[in-house]
Design a protein around this ligand. Structure first.
Ligand code: HEM
Length: 422
């Protein structure tokens, strides 16, 4: 596999977008820490807890994971079998990042509610999110055109096939976001329809776009020939992902038929992820293997959601937050960080070791907040440790980002000369 130096314009531009997105992670992590501080004080600094949570999750999903993934898809386009227009593709990433940054204060202050601007009442965050979705469509169109125009468009390319599933999931998930925004703005819909819209959007966007997109990047790291198992596994993902959100809904809210569909969706998605990830295990180097480990852990959690009593227990034990962070902070984020270290060079991108420590700190302090933790060992310290974990993760990610941004005194080794990430 040939790699070019970050000094080549082809990698310098995606790296700039990647590093700006990493700053988005740091700010979003700080908002998460602020939320934890608010939980401890019992007051969210005059803000509503839900709005602060929205500001955090929106910036993480739209201002970190999405533009960082777009940056790496652009940088790895040849390995993904695509010839993407560099400027136009990166412009969609920058636009996604800028809109996420603009909507963060709006989410924190007003959530989806309208704010009075002069004589008008405008739901600022919802409006900016709507524009952001138009940007996703532009990115999806660029990928679709590049896939159709690829000289080997009909030859099997497993990484490209996964990317197409990921981009398709991004576009389809937006239906949930439009539905939610419409209900919020028109003040229509009941709690159930709002929950359905949120779950459809977050689950398909997060697991379909981000997790499958991360898997596409990992698959693009190796030149192994496509296998019939991979094709079957991709069909499982295609069939399972759109149903998955039903399994995430509180079970009392849905009828038995829909609940069963949700469990089937979780089983198919889990089987697809495991079948596609396991063959990569022996081939990938250490930090990408750590990311793959989190991906497999997320797949195992999905498999457990496929079993109705286990899914019910997981919901009552409040494991959803832990699952989401294992998938998004563990699998997705560490894939992005470890692939960036390979692509841009270890000294020109955030350290995977430091970032892994940040994620481990976050996840280990989230666990005592769940029902898995024995009640006898709970207490106020659980909130203090969650705050410490969030603060620690913020500081470590900030240090790793800063270290990669500092000007180098000596020219950094090109990625091909750099020691392999083992
Ligand atoms: C340093 C890293 C992180 C910290 C400190 C953090 C902290 C938090 C906190 C405090 C909450 C609210 C929890 C509650 O309601 O009790 C939360 C929710 C959430 N976070 Fe994170 N998080 C981090 C990383 C991430 C990443 C990387 C993503 C996605 C890319 C993410 C996505 C979400 C989502 C979607 C929710 C909302 C879950 C829901 O409402 O069901 N977080 N996070």
């Amino acid at each position: 596999m040939t790699r070019t130096s970050t000094h080549s314009p082809n990698l310098a531009a995606p790296r700039r977008l990647f590093m700006a997105s990493a700053l988005g992670f740091v700010v979003a992590a700080a908002l998460g820490a602020l939320f934890r501080f608010g939980m401890l004080r019992g007051d969210f600094f005059g803000l509503q807890a839900g709005d602060l949570r929205h500001a955090h999750s929106h910036l993480m999903l739209m201002g970190w994971a999405t533009p960082a993934l777009i940056a790496l898809i652009t940088a790895r386009a040849p390995a993904l079998g695509l010839k993407l227009p560099l400027r136009a593709t990166l412009a969609t990433g920058w636009a996604a990042l800028a809109l996420a940054a603009l909507s963060t204060p709006a989410f924190a202050l007003y959530g989806y509610r309208s704010a009075a601007i002069g004589d008008a009442n405008i739901p600022i965050a919802a409006a900016l999110s709507g524009v952001a979705m138009l940007v996703w469509y532009a990115f999806a169109a660029l990928v679709a055109i590049a896939a159709r125009r690829a000289p080997d468009a009909h030859a099997p390319n497993p990484a490209r096939s996964l990317l197409k599933i990921a981009v398709g999931a991004m576009v389809i998930s937006s239906v949930g976001a439009w539905a939610l925004a419409a209900q919020m703005i028109t003040k229509s819909g009941d709690a159930l329809s709002q929950q359905l819209a949120v779950h459809f959007f977050v689950d398909l966007f997060g697991i379909g776009w981000l997790l499958v997109g991360a898997l596409a990047l990992l698959r693009a790291e190796i030149a192994r020939h496509p296998s019939p198992t991979e094709t079957r596994a991709r069909w499982m993902l295609l069939a399972g992902l759109p149903l998955l959100f039903l399994a995430g809904m509180p079970s009392a809210e849905l009828g038995p038929a829909l609940r069963i569909l949700g469990h089937v969706g979780a089983a198919l998605s889990a089987a697809g992820f495991v079948a596609l990830s396991l063959p990569l295990w022996r081939v990938l180097g250490a930090w990408r293997r750590v990311a793959l480990g989190f991906l497999l852990a997320s797949a195992l959690m999905l498999a457990s959601i496929a079993i109705p009593p286990v899914a019910h227990w997981g919901q009552t034990a409040g494991l959803r937050l832990f699952f989401l962070h294992t998938a998004f902070a563990g699998a997705v984020t560490l894939t992005l960080i470890s692939v960036a270290a390979r692509q841009f060079g270890p000294s020109r991108s955030p350290s995977p070791a430091t970032w892994t420590l940040a994620v481990a700190l976050l996840l280990s302090t989230l666990l005592p907040l769940t029902g898995i933790w024995p009640a006898a060992l709970s207490g106020r310290w659980v909130l203090v440790s969650a705050l410490a974990g969030a603060l620690g993760a913020t500081i470590l990610s900030a240090l790793a980002t800063l270290q990669a941004l500092l000007p180098r005194t000596a020219p950094s080794p090109t990625p091909s000369q750099a020691p392999r990430q083992q």
